[in-house]
Design a protein around this ligand. Sequence first.
Ligand code: GLC
Length: 721
Amino acid sequence: MNNEQLLDLVKQMTLEEKTAQLLQLTANFYEGTNVEGQITGPMEEMGITEQSVDASGSILGLSGAQAIIDVQQAYMKKSRLGIPLLFMADVVHGFKTIFPIPLAIGCSWDTELAEKSAEIAARESAVSGLHVTFAPMVDLVRDPRWGRVMETTGEDPYLNSLFAAAFVRGYQGDSLKDEPDRLAACVKHFAAYGAAEGGRDYNTVDMSERNLREYYLPAYKAALDAGVEMVMTSFNTVDGIPASGNEKLMRGILREEWGFDGVLISDWASIREMIAHGSAEDDREAAYRAIRAGVDMEMMTPCYVHHLPELIENGEVDEKLIDEAVLRILQLKEKLGLFDNPLRAADPEREREIVFSKEHRQVSYELATKSAVLLKNDDSVLPLQPDANVALIGPFAQSPDILGWWSCEGVKEDAVKLGTALQERLTGGKVQFAQGSNVHTITAEQIAEALEVASKADLIVLALGEDSEMSGEGGSRTDIRLPAAQLELVKQLKAAGKPIASVIFNGRPLDLHGVIDESDAVLEAWFPGSEGGAAIADVLTGVVNPSARLTMSFPQSVGQIPVYYNHFNTGRPLNPEKTEERYVSKYIDSPNEPLLPFGYGLSYTSFSYGDLEVSSNEMTAEESLSIQVRVTNTGERAGVETVQLYVRDVTGEVVRPMRELKGYVKLALAPGESGTATFTLNEEQLRYHHSDLSHRSDRGEFHLLVGANSRDTQKKSFRLV
Ligand code: GLC
């Protein structure tokens, strides 16, 4: 259908049909539809009619080719105008083949593989009947107390933007109509949901518009620039107004300034939640504010269907607003080819063949090996030798709970467990198991058994972590250490006097005190997905040399939060050579520096850096700088070094961060081999939001900082003239 035909279709729709098109419900409303026309439980509870359900626009949370075929076919039989349903779900890091959580994927610094993971997730979802995924989630996060930190790629706006675009490309491909195995993507949560005060989910977000634009908005914009079809509103307020009713944010920035003309969907009940926020008296006012803000779809509440017809009939809302919303939804359905084929790629046969295939799991394995960050490796305790005699101890030694939150149709029991994989690899040695503790509890018997097993081994591998319920939505924590039971296990085993390599499975940066000091080696495994155990075992045994780098700072303690690398200097910066000074910006009970910095990660080999070379000490708007550094693999194993380029704008119209990531180069080097990391830096990359919100650069002094992470860098200066 062309636009004229779609416009004509809108004209044929009654006001009730148009408002129903804006309604999104879960599948039980449809599966339970009683052909005798009785209103089923969910409908009655929500106070909506069967007519609204029969004319509704989309379903969330249903997947499975046959199920969707059945619901769509039953729906189309009743549809007066033949407008098909959209089917959407949270395919965030895989459909059934589960990839590492996005925070882990971010640590791979591999946007191509990230894109590949999204393409696979889309393929599995599409043959299972889905049309749209509620992803990528690109909320910038500087607070690991927030449970949904696991869903993001980290604390840096530049890197998050690269991943946002990569995920959109992977989900959507080049043409949704010509590529039925793709999904429309929905970037979320607009905006700044990750800045919830106290890291407490759904909490207030309050910041200057300049800060919002400088740090929190870029990744959403990158998703839009990559062609994302949908945007989802966030639960939080932005400058005192809930996002779902925030005209300035939605109509002002998203639609008018950025030109987004796709579908804007609320988050689950976030329109009605304006009442709880205190910005709408009732559903009627919530509907009024949301439609004026430009929210097209209402997820799981009936404010629109109950009140928009009357608001229009009495002239408070211009019917044009509804028509625009309906048209955007129909345009998306057209882009997906649903008017030609409402079943699109749903195919039970292909579903059986493609979903969770070996090829897909191989990509999940590869991404997991590239997402695990080696945080410590004293005396090269790792990699394990083939004939190692290992005691594998801890609640995650044989745990299937390694998929993480938002693992969609993933089945934990299908995940490759660490212990199984390690046994398969240490054929020349021995792997003995002991539970050691549960995630949250420990018994004397468990300790005794662990000590017994440890006494017979040469080395202890501890498998520790958070269970998947300890992060994700609604999973905020005020204490970000490992559970006390596990810290007790570490303490007990430390006394055994054997080398300890700890593997951590978790959904957030943790306060690692109580484990990192007691361990000789620490590997950050995150939630590594369906092939997680195999990937982590291959890193532990050296089949793979770890190359991942942290994309979020690990704090010394929860008291240090927020701690992030691109911070300001303050007027009284702490001088690391004079930590005894009192009247400077510091704590009296903690260092200022995080425990582990953004960009940090170790390898089983080592790298040395030559001198930083810069093409000039002056840059103009017309002439960029070329920056080079030679890197040599000085170890005995091949490895990948992620050379990072940071820039500091020494003096700005507003204060500027101590450093900001502007680029990175991954060098794969054989033992003894050297390579050159080359960067080009131009004036556009030096622009920032001034106090008047203009986005431009300032002439003056800049520092170039290049190195293996955001802390260990070498510096050169240049001037923008
Ligand atoms: C949830 C989440 C959102 C998700 C939606 C549908 O509350 O906030 O990310 O896409 O509801 O499940």
